[in-house]
Design a protein around this ligand. Sequence first.
Ligand SMILES: [Zn+2]
Length: 88
Amino acid sequence: MISGFSFAFLTKIGILSYMVIRMRHTRAHTGNRRSHHALKAKTFGACANCAKPKETHTVCKNCGFYRGRRVVDVVKKVEKKQAKKAAK
Ligand SMILES: [Zn+2]
């Protein structure tokens, strides 16, 4: 053993290893896999009701409309949030 350290200790910290890397990937293989990992920028469209930019396929955060119909009561939501903040 190297200067009195146990076999278990040396294998644990990685100096000594009997493991064989069977499924090693080349750098190209890794790069090819990671070529799909990039994040895409979110796409925004204009709200049909208030014309503010909003995420596509989601409720407008400004007016609470989705496909010409009011889904979320924005005023009520804001009031609820303020009441909660005031209660703290
Ligand atoms: Zn809107």
